[in-house]
Design a protein around this ligand. Sequence first.
Ligand code: PMP
Length: 472
Amino acid sequence: MTSHELHVLSAEQKQALLRSVLRKRQEAAAGARMPDYTRQSYDLFMPGSDPELSEIRRFNAWVDSTIAAGCYTFETPRHEAQRPENVLVRENGELLPVVNMASYNYLGLSYHPEVIQAAKDALDRYGLGVSSSPIAGGTILLHAELEKALVDFLGLPGRGVSLFTTGYNVNTGTLSAIIKPGGHVILDAAAHMSLAEGAQLTRGEVHTFAHNDLGDLERILRSITRSGPARIMVCAEGAYSSDGDYGDLAGIAALARRYGAMVLVDEAHSILVTGPGGRGVAAAQGVLDQIDFFVITFSKALGALGGAVITRRDIARYINWYARCRLFSCGLDPAVTGGVLQALRIGAGEVGEARRMRLRDLAARLRERLRGRVQLVEGESWIVPVIYGSDERTLLLTDYMQRAGLETSIVQYPAVPRHLSRMRLFVTSEHSPEQIDRAAEIIVAAARTFGFALSEGAFAPPDGAPAAGPQG
Ligand code: PMP
């Protein structure tokens, strides 16, 4: 059966097919020998290189051999929307039914019927794209509606909004517009790659403080301001996606204020998911109004793509003109804008509140099922990282997991330190308790197979491991 034929089946037929495929896979896995992965490595960062072989040829040789070994798990297309269960379509046409814990669709809003309808309505009215830079003619009425909805939702009526077509661009565009050569950017060590790259684009001085370490941040602030006032931006996040922990935003805001620095907080993973009414971690810590640049993306709980920075109105207007990736690029597309507006309405209301509570309970359930059995990064959030250690396990493990019926988001070096490779489990409010339990059992079975189950004492993370690096 091809993936196109799968499309015409009823939901019941699809479920029956998935069950039978899964059963066959499990039977085959029980009887079959593991493919020979021993020659596969995921270490693209080996020192030195063959001068005869360019980096690109070397990379492609690696990808080809991995596909030939049947264990290439990256960019595997899925068959449907980002629902709690999905079917992966492998390179060779194999269909793998999985519990989907690899998507940031935390509240399931990407496929909410009212969100889809709103996107269709916007598409009908405005067409597919805006075909121009927002400054030069690519602005539609819906953009202004979304800007107003965002400041109303956050309870920051005096603020301005600058919309971007990706969350990545919000960070690179904002930092490069605001910090000039001679200025300073101070990044939390676990800050996202878009913040790290944005910092480089400023051509100012870039500093890094140990993850969530206020003492280290103050040391840097003191050394910069010793020779007089400077333009400084401190960058942190609401919920960090590598460890699933929260930024100490109240502490950072207070310190920054003391040293005359500005604060940018990226709430990509936390907006609409936590805090009062879903307003995020800064709101939960009571400092939302002290954040100078409040960054959100539409690609996580809002179920779409794009993003925004909410800041002083005059500064937002300046960013609209001076963020190069906004000025020299097309405006946010109508269907996404309409869909995000509707997702925001739903997420800010009763449905959003109910989904946030369900999400919290499901995340706690998953942590409880895994605690003591595998090495968890402890926390309270809906991002549950399980450390499996060595990068050498990555390929085998992701292939094994997909075949066993679970897709997770894998992060390894250089996104996190060596030996702290992890699978991140993104819980959504739409997972069922049964799917959560099934996922936990698959992980524990994988941990036994690959030797990182805690009870067997086979795995001990290194002492004093450094904080995570920039996330991809
Ligand atoms: N900021 C953070 C903290 C992120 O995790 C990501 C992507 N995962 C981004 C920004 C980039 O967002 P987008 O995918 O919307 O471009």
